[in-house]
Design a protein around this ligand. Structure first.
Ligand code: KG4
Ligand code: ZN
Length: 344
């Protein structure tokens, strides 16, 4: 049995977790910075880095205390080493290096996207490789074939905005505040998804890539035109987003070869309408649908600890001079896509 301390600091959540190889999360803490960034309507890198630097050490201490453990009792320290906002990533990685050096434990540098990609296996012991993963959050929007630890094939990415970004920006247009995804989903429940005619960018196109910038702009125009209620705009936006997502995911399924399951991860996986639509899609393909609990879908440190466990079990660890990487694609072989390159 192995126990790993995980550290996550690549965006606006400072997080630590202690996870055991039998999939028990012994403790986890997340300090959200939403309040610090809210006045700016988005994450401010400098504010994020400072907040991570102030909060991380006490957070790790508290997480160890929650688990009733000391640092000497963990087997390894895993930290996000990218991709993400580099100031925050460096705070987490340097902290992990210091702890690894002080305790003489292995350091494991984790790709944040791999954390998301493997987190469904933390939640579901029965989930084997390969599976098709839809990774959708504020910063990520990809479809990946997950074949094993460190073995990913990127089938699709976004050529402009990430899906969560489109939710957040549309929510901002509707005056819903930040982060807007959950608020937009709530408002959409009161609206009619057929009321406002909105585009479905790239729907039906050959490659399974995403595009949401045109949809977001159409939401702005609909709001400015003043012909529809905010609830109808929200519901129509969400429906358009779901239609795109399902069409693109179906396209990826058609070309990925046999898989065990359709899996969704990332903050947008919290959306009930999206989950339900994906569940139907999986069923029509005779696939199992796996959506980890919400706490594992959004940025967290348990997924980083788990990726660390998977790597440790393969005998992998990193040297203390491993570098933080603002960009770190899971599939370096994947072709660059025109217009792509948002955040991850
Ligand atoms: O994974 P996450 O916590 O952070 C990263 O972006 O990496 O995802 C946050 C994103 C935000 O864009 C947020 O608006 C979106 O996930 N989100 C949602 C919902 N809950 C969170 N989008 C749509 N519907 C939701 N219920
Ligand atoms: Zn993330």
């Amino acid at each position: 049995m192995r126990t790993v301390l995980g550290i996550e600091s690549s965006c606006d959540e400072t997080a630590a977790a202690i996870v055991r190889s039998d999939r028990t999360i012994l403790a986890q803490r997340i300090a959200s910075q939403d309040d610090a960034h809210r006045p700016y309507g988005g994450v401010v890198p400098e504010i994020a880095a400072r907040a991570h630097a102030e909060r991380l050490a006490p957070l790790i201490e508290a997480t160890l205390a929650d688990a009733g453990m000391t640092l000497s009792e963990v087997d390894a320290i895993a930290a996000t080493a990218g991709p993400g906002l580099i100031g925050g990533v460096m705070v987490g990685l340097v902290t992990a290096k210091a702890l690894a050096m002080a305790t003489d434990k292995p350091l494991i540098a984790i790709n944040h996207l791999e954390g998301h990609a493997l987190s469904p296996r933390l939640a579901d012991a029965a989930l084997g490789y390969p599976y098709l993963l839809l990774l959708v959050s504020g910063g990520h929007c990809q479809i990946l074939l997950v074949e094993g630890v460190g073995r990913f094939r990127r089938l699709a990415t976004t050529i402009d905005d990430a899906l969560g970004e489109a939710f957040d920006k549309s929510a901002k247009v509707l005056g819903l505040g930040y982060p807007g995804g959950p608020a937009l989903e709530r408002l959409a429940r009161e609206g009619d998804p057929r009321k406002v005619r909105l585009p479905r960018p790239l729907k039906g196109s050959e490659e399974p890539h995403f595009s949401f910038a045109g949809l977001k702009s159409a939401v702005l125009r609909a709001k400015q035109a003043g012909d529809h209620s905010d609830a109808d705009i929200a519901a129509s936006f969400q429906q358009a987003a779901v239609d795109c997502l399902i069409d693109r995911t179906a396209r990826a399924l058609a070309r990925c070869g046999p898989v065990e399951a359709l899996v969704v991860a990332g903050g947008v996986a919290a959306n009930g309408v999206i989950r339900a639509a994906l569940e139907v899609l999986a069923a029509t393909h005779g696939l199992r649908f796996v959506a980890p609990p919400l706490a594992l879908c959004t940025d967290n440190a348990a997924m980083i600890a788990w990726a660390g466990i998977e790597r440790l079990e393969l005998g992998q660890s990193d040297s203390l001079d491993v570098a933080a990487r603002p960009r770190w694609p899971l599939d370096p072989e994947a072709e660059a896509v025109r217009g792509a390159g948002v955040k991850a």
